[in-house]
Design a protein around this ligand. Structure first.
Ligand SMILES: [Zn+2]
Length: 147
């Protein structure tokens, strides 16, 4: 009975999670992203409070050698006007290898948007509650993130 309830609790994670990192991902802010390291630190704190761990967070001028094992904040050249941010996740059989986050310039200090995209980088899908940072429109959530 205990085992059963444990399994049920596990299936109700913060939001649906489709993939996971095997190791603590390092975060790199590539030249061209307008997001500040301080904003990312505040957003990672939100996920650390939920039990996630990250490696280093650093600004890098040339990201060409940074792929596997990294969450990269890259320039928002490919972003569609309808989105404040996007995250492209690369995983192999459910193990995340790398994630590329683009934040629209107008949302570069928006901690809800940054935390939401970091959630995708951790493998989380959307959640249907506005009380969850993974609600499909991050700017409409009721979740407050401390700076
Ligand atoms: Zn999303």
């Amino acid at each position: 009975m205990f085992l059963l309830s444990f399994l049920i609790l596990c299936s109700h994670a913060y939001a649906p999670q489709t993939a996971k990192w095997e190791f603590k991902p390092n975060i790199v802010v590539c030249e061209g992203s307008s997001v500040k390291v301080d904003s990312i630190k505040a957003a990672t704190k939100f996920w650390e409070d939920k039990g996630h761990e990250f490696g280093t967070i650093e600004y890098v001028e040339d990201c060409i050698d940074y792929h596997s094992g990294y969450i990269l904040f890259v320039n928002a050249d490919n972003i569609n006007n309808a989105y404040a941010g996007t995250c492209e996740l690369f995983d192999y059989s459910g193990v995340i290898m790398s994630a590329y986050i683009e934040i629209w310039d107008g949302a570069r200090s928006d901690l809800q948007v940054i935390a939401h995209e970091l959630g995708h980088a951790l493998g989380y899908d959307h959640h249907n509650s506005k009380n969850n940072i993974m609600y499909k429109n991050a700017t409409e959530t009721n979740v407050y993130i401390k700076r």
